[in-house]
Design a protein around this ligand. Sequence first.
Ligand SMILES: Cc1cc2nc3c(=O)[nH]c(=O)nc-3n(C[C@H](O)[C@H](O)[C@H](O)COP(=O)(O)OP(=O)(O)OC[C@H]3O[C@@H](n4cnc5c(N)ncnc54)[C@H](O)[C@@H]3O)c2cc1C
Length: 469
Amino acid sequence: MSKKVAIIGGGVSGISSALILGKLGLDVTLFERKKTLISGPPFCHLHAGGNLYREISDEQCITLLGQSIDFAKLYPQSIDKRPTVIALPSDDPQEPQMLFRRLELLRAKYKEIVQKQPDCAVLGESDNYFELFSKEQIIELSKGQEAEHPKSNREWLIPFAKNVDIESIKFPIIVVQEYGINLFSVGASAGLALESMPSVRVYRECEVTDVQRDNDGFFLKANNYSGEFDYLINACGFQTGVIDDMLGVKEKRMVEFKAAFTALWSQRSPYWPEIIFHGERGTPRGMGQFTPYCGGFVQLHAMTQDITLCRECLVKTTPQSSYPKLGKQLLKTIENGWESDEYKIRTKRAIAYLAKFLPQFKEAKVGGIPLYGAQQIPGVDPTLRVAEVAFPKKNYARCEIVKVSSAVDMVAEIIKNMQECGLLDEHPTTEFTLNEIQSLKREDIDSRAQKIAQTLGYPLEMSRVCNPL
Ligand SMILES: Cc1cc2nc3c(=O)[nH]c(=O)nc-3n(C[C@H](O)[C@H](O)[C@H](O)COP(=O)(O)OP(=O)(O)OC[C@H]3O[C@@H](n4cnc5c(N)ncnc54)[C@H](O)[C@@H]3O)c2cc1C
């Protein structure tokens, strides 16, 4: 008889586990306490090379590159195929040249991956992984006509070139094939695919309230539900510690609350690249991130204390509990949403921050509620960006991803652990490109994604991937 797997949490970790284990024919039950899948913290950037983080190791960047390729293969219709522009502000202590060595390393690595497995070329030609543009080239591009359906880096750069304050940044700028991810589309694709899998059950609005060890398995109680399982996957995001505490597992981890703000810049042309203005995290000159969505909506991060971050936002575990506790106000915000004035003030600050580099952007308005939430960072290093999963007890997996790109590798490790625990055959055919997702129709994904956006209170335009034809 097929082994029974319980997954607690319907974020990217939980749904990716359910999809891949369901495909293997395991008897999977997923519990999500909220109304929709993917209602935890947001994501918009496929970290295909970790180029947003100057401070992390080459090793983490290479891992993120490989993991992002796997993620893009699992959720192909949810990838926004637009490049990312990386610019250093003119007052930045570093020079763009300092980034070249890593970019070359990543390009060589991408080439190697694609040579071994041609279907991994999801970020385009490996030789074009990154490209540099001089000040003269940007001035020239600023005179060009915006392309209706941009294809080359040059075409993607035209709106940037027309709007950037040329004196506010250093040259060359870098254009790298780190794409975007549409979170609503991921939730929609996964939801539809899971419904087509006979061995998977998804319970929404169903909070797991107790988990106890039962021989080698687990006894689990949720709203209107109780049952026994052979294997437990704790995919509770920032609340994984709550389940650890129920099982008496001691662990060190951090939880961080962050928010990205929604602006509407109605005059802008439809296709923009994502833009990163580097800066030191947590200082008044923290990184600025401009993430375009359809319909003129833009998601904004500015890694300063008074915009995306805040002083009480990073908390740690204590010897008494493996669940780091955020303050009451932040927990209330996560549960019930933002008190309107504060998010509007922070959105306006974010607009002003990005307008230092893109002066016309000062015309943008508050476009909706922020994309926000808390996430876990395993261990004690707050700069860690790559983590997958831990197995603190027999038949118990605790998901610990920091970036969504790590989700597929995380499931691969869970499969290996289940084999070691004797719950899965030694060599099942493990397929991470699922027909159940590949065969979905665009209009069905879009219509489900709109419903998710509506339920979560976001503008419907944000639910669509914004790929030119
Ligand atoms: C502002 C912000 C921006 C971000 N941007 C990016 C980005 O661009 N790219 C990127 O890769 N990453 C990004 N991240 C990180 C990313 O959001 C997380 O890595 C990812 O969402 C974690 O997924 P998860 O499935 O592990 O956890 P979650 O998404 O938190 O899912 C956990 C789920 O478990 C449910 N749950 C909890 N307890 C229970 C229970 N007892 N019973 C039932 N259900 C329960 C919760 O409701 C939740 O839905 C960002 C994070 C933030 C905060």
